[in-house]
Write a protein that binds this ligand. Sequence first.
Ligand SMILES: C=C(O[C@H]1C=CC=C(C(=O)O)[C@@H]1O)C(=O)O
Length: 409
Amino acid sequence: MRRIVDSESQTKSQTVLPLHGWQSAYELGYAAALWRLPLQKDKHLIVNFGTDIPKTKMMLEDLPSGFAVSPFLNLEGEEALFIKADLYIRFDETGEPVSENYPSTESSAAKEAWENECRNVSLVTQNDRNVSEFPTNSSEEFHLQSVKEALKAIEAGEIQKVVLSRTKHVALPASFSVTGIFERLCNKYPNAFVSLVYLPHLNQVWLGATPETLVSVDRQGIFRTVALAGTQSAFDASGQMIPPKQAPWTQKEIEEQALVSRYIISCFKKIRVREYLEEGPKTAVAGNLMHLRSDYAVDTKAINFPELGTVMLGLLHPTSAVCGMPKLPALEFIQAHEGYDREFYSGYLGPVNIDNETHLFVNLRCMKISNGMATLYGGGGITEDSVPEKEWQETELKCRTLLAVLEES
Ligand SMILES: C=C(O[C@H]1C=CC=C(C(=O)O)[C@@H]1O)C(=O)O
C-alpha cells in the first residue's frame, strides 16, 4: 500500500501525536487502532507489535486490554480478531498524551522502532479530491432484484425482515490520507464512534463513523445496548435540517425498529434479566441521516451479573438491525442473495478492557481501504412494507455520505 499522508506536521519531537502514532504503526506493518468514542474529545491509540492477530473468543472478563474486530459472519463467536494492546495512549483534545500504558514488555525493540518512526514520519498535505467510482455487481438492478426476492420470502412467511446491503468501489488518488479522513469524521460526526484500524495480515484499513452501540460496559458496571433502525434524511427537500422531534416516521420504519427492540428484549428474556431500563424510541441524528433508537441499560453490579456483556454479545450479534428476523433464515437469505462477502462490515468493533471499560459498536457507515481502492458499504432493512426503489435510494444515501467525506479531502 502506498504511503498515507496528512496535513498536520509533527512539531513535538518527543510527544507522539495520535495520527502520527497510527501512521507510524502502519508504516512499520504493526496492527493498530485509533478511535474516538461518541460525544468525547479524547482519542485513543493501541498498537500491537506482534506478527499475529489471533481470532479470539470474546470472553470480555478474561481478555487483556485491546481492540476487537469481528466479521459479520461470527455465529459461533470464534471469528473476532483481537488486537492486543502492546501500547495504549490516550490523547486529549489538543493531541497531548494524557495517559500511557505499555502492557507488554516483550517487544521493546519493536517499540523503539515505532518511537523512532513517530519522530521521523513525514507527513504531507493531502490535496487531491479526485476519487473515481467503479461500477460493481451490486448495481441498482441487482439490488432491486434482491429486494424483490426478499419481499417474496416475507410474503411466503419465510422471514419477517432481512437487511440487504451493497458496496460502492472507488479508486483513491495517489496522495490519499486515511488519517485526514479520520480527523474529518471525528469533526463531522461528534455522536458517532469513529475508528481507524489497520490489519496488516489482511492488508486492510477499516475506517468508519458508526452510530450503533452493540455492547458497552462502563467502569461502574452499567451495561448498554441500543435498538437502531429506520432511516431518513436529516434534511428536507429545501436542504433545511428537520428538527428531530418533528421527524415524520412511517409505519414501515416504526415496525422495522420495533423488530430490533423486540429482538433485544427476547435476548434479555432468554437469560432471565428483567431489570433493564428501556428508553425510546426517539429520533437519533447520525450525520445527515436520522434513525429511530431505543436505549437499554442494566446495572450488572446491582443484579450481580458481571459477565452480562459477554453473554449479551453472544446473543445479540448479529442483531436484526444488520441481519433480520428470524436470525438464521435471514442470514441464509443474505448469503444467497447479496452476492458479496461483507467481511467486517456489519460485524462489530471497539475497545475491550481499556481503562476498565468495553465499548463495542456495530461496524456501519464504514469503508475498507486496500490496494488503493476504497469499498463503501450501505444496507437497509427490508420488511413487508418496503418499496424496492426506496430501499435502493437508502443504500445510495448511506454510501454517498461516505463518498462525500472522501471527496471533501
Ligand atoms: C445496515 C445499515 O444500517 C442499519 C442501522 C440503522 C438503520 C438501518 C435501516 O434503516 O435499515 C439498518 O438497520 C447500514 O447503515 O449499512
